[in-house]
Structure formats: structure tokens, C-alpha cells
Design a protein around this ligand. Sequence first.
Ligand code: F6P
Length: 498
Amino acid sequence: MRKDAWKPIDEHVLRTLEQLFEDEPDRLCRLTNEVAGLYFDWSKTHLNGALIESFAALGEARGFAAARDALFAGEIVNITENRSADHVAERGSGEAGAVQLAASRRLRMRALIDAVEAGAFGDVTGILHIGIGGSALGPALLVDALGRTTAKARVRFLSNIDPQAFEQAAQALDPATTLIVVVSKTFTTAESLSNLDAALDWLRGGGIADPYGRVIAVTAAPEAAIAAGIDESRILQFSEAVGGRYSLWSSVSVSAALALGWESFEEMLEGAAEMDRHFRFTEPAKNVPLIAAFADLLYTQRLGCQTRAVFPYDERLGLLVPYLQQLEMESNGKSVTAAGEPVGRPTSPVVWGGVGTDAQHAVFQLLHQGTAVVPVEFVAVAQDDGPLVDHHRQLLLNAFAQGAALMSGRTSDDPHRTYAGNRPSATILLDRLDARTLGVLLAFYEHRTFACAVLLGINPFDQFGVELGKEIASELSDGADAQSLDPSTRSLIERAAI
Ligand code: F6P
């Protein structure tokens, strides 16, 4: 009975998928693009020429070109906070005034880095970078992706307020030669301020007479950093209009620039600027952030996919997944339009993922045979300069084979050994991984997120959703009566005896 009731629904969904995945002989050449050393392949998705045209028409109806122009012109695009979104200015794209301001702040950042390198902070062998969310995920990704073997200093990232995190970070460093870099846009974030206090104590305990003298602060609220005891000469300011999750292009990345070298940092900015130009001036049918946004909408809106999985087939890009989780979910995890009306359709999918081939041996079962269709994104790097040439070849072959298997499937008389196929994946293949290509890649993801938001009619630049839980924790921490809370939360507090 139940099966019959479901039949028409199943058939409808299958028909939709089949129609979309129609056999087009020129599919590969029309659904691949090359931009600045990155090759994008959407030919294993259900996008096709007609759909791209329809989505482009949707973009027109939604005023996409004007919204993009407004972003680059430094207009108020973050309307709920009455701000522009100036991250593009950090890499020299967009409105002249914001570009100039970013450039002058970059000069200060450079001067401070020069001073560190010239010994103004004594011998520096390690950096303790304190920050959370957008104040940590970007720089951590940069250091991990580009500095594994070449970093000039040992950098440890401390984000969580968990004492275990502090212990682990401090253990790896020597207080006598460690520079503290505390990054907080608001300079009010409890985790970062508590960790800064703990780090200052740790320096004192290590015999440093003037621990504040070893702290660089990066913030959009310099007055708050000064109030916390940091000398103005060691504060790097960035703009209020640069969102935390879009801020790695600014002095937020000072520890990464120290570890990787100034040249690398600038190359990353240049790569991002190249993607900015592509995004601004390329027609929709060839515009890679826009095409990616079309695919995202296709899967969330039309095929009911609630998640999207990203699998970097390169250890150095392992931190791409948490970085994207914040970028995409904090930006587009919304239920109301920019005007405050219910969106009425799904917005951001849940972004998850893991590193290939580890993920292959853990979660890919569900991707191939599970009941949920998950659009997958493989990110791989063609060139590897390491000595284990065949390892790298195997790594890439595995990534490509997974995409082929998801798409083509395999029939069998045995239902357990049947792969339905027709499961979508996109592949992004970098010629090589360096500062420039990483800049291109990350700017691609930013613009894709923005494009999705415009097509959905939402504001990607605010994040009010994170506030409520923080407020409750802070009130409790300040001594608020737990009796006003629900019974479950009350008894958890009692049980933990805190
Ligand atoms: O709670 C979320 C958030 O506000 C993020 O948007 C931000 O990146 C992070 O916290 C850290 O904030 P801040 O840089 O102000 O310390």
C-alpha cells in the first residue's frame, strides 16, 4: 500500500532527473570553464545550456547585474546593517575611496611586519593567533595550505574557549619567543578576550615583563583594543564594512603574512582581484561564480537537496571545508528576504565535507547508494612537486573515478550491488596550489555565495542568527538567574555544577 502511495512521487522525481540529465553531445565543452589557472567542470551536474539560460533570466529579473555593480561600487548592500561590503576593496577592486583606505592600512600592516622581522619584538619563533570564526578560519586555511613546509614561524591558532584548546596551543610554543596576534572585529568576543587574558598570563608566567608589548591586535574597533590595554602602535585597523567571514584579505591575515611572507600575501590578493574581474565582466553563461550559484539553486530549489558536500583531494585544503561552512552558512542561512519577508523557499544547503581519500572510505557509501542526493564538489590540484609522484596520480584518479561512479552508476541483478548513478558532482581542478590560485579559489566562493544571495533575494552580509545563544550565555555568565530558563537547560546547568 505504502509503496503504491509513494510511486507517483518517485516517478515524478525520477522523470525530473532524467529530463535534466539529458544527453548532450557538446555537454563537456559547454559546461567547463577555465579562469586564472582553475578549471571548473560542471558537466557531471544536471545543469545544461537551457537551464543556464533560464537561471540567467532569473538573475536578470532579480536585478543581478545591478546588485553586483552596487557591491563593487561600495554602495549599501548590507541593508540591515546600513553598510557597504568592502572586502573586494581589500584586494584593490571596486570603489576608489575604499580601495585607497584599504591600501593605506595594508601599508601599516606591512610596516608592522617589517618591524617584527627587524627584531622589534625580539626573537620571534612562534605566533599565537587568537581569534574565532572569520577572525581565524581564513588565516588558518592560508597557513595550512601554503606554509606546511615553508612557514617562517610556527603559528598556532587558538579559537575555542575550551581550556584544552589553550593548553594545546601554548604547549607548542615558547613564551619567550612568541608573538600574540589577537584578531577580533568587534573586540567584544568572549572567547577571544578570555584567551587573550590567558595568553598574557602565560607570557607573564614565562618571565615576560611587559606581556602587552608582545601583542598585536587586529580589529575594526581600535578604541576597544586600546581599552583592553593594547598600545595604539600595535593595533591594525580594518573596516567595519569588511565582514568577518570575508576578511582574510585584510590585516586579519597578519599572522599568515608573517609566516608565509609578504609576497605570498600580495599574490593571494592579486589572484582574488583576477576572480573579481572575471565575476564583474564575464557574461552569465561563462561566469563561474554565477554558474556555481545556478547549480546550487537547481539542487536546493528544484531537487530538494538539503546539503552540499565539498571534498578537497589535497591535504593542504583540508581547512577549506570549515572555512566554507562559515562563509556559506553564516551568509545564506537565512529565512527572510533582505526586506524581512519570509523567503518561502530553501536557502543555504548544509555544507559539509572531508578530505579525499579519507572521506571516500568513510562517508561515500551514502553518496553512492543512500536515499539523500548530495551534490558533491571535488577540489583537486593537478601539479604536485613532491617526490611521491605516483601517490599524487592515485589521489587524482580517485577523485575523478568517484565523480564518474556517481554519475554513471552501475546496474546489477543484485540490488545491494546496484549504483543508481545520476548523482551530481562538480570538479574544480587547480593547475597548482599557490598563493595566487588560492586567492582565485576563495574569491570564487565569495562571489558564488553573493550570487546565490542575490538570486534568493537575501542579505548575505549580516548574521543576526548567531546572537541569541551568545546573549543567553553571556547573561548566565554575568550571574543571571537560570530559573528563568527552560527546565532542560536548568537541569543541565545543575548537573554540570557550574
Ligand atoms: O558569532 C559569529 C561571529 O560574529 C562571526 O561572524 C565572526 O567572524 C566571529 O563571531 C568573530 O567575531 P569577532 O571578529 O568580532 O571576534
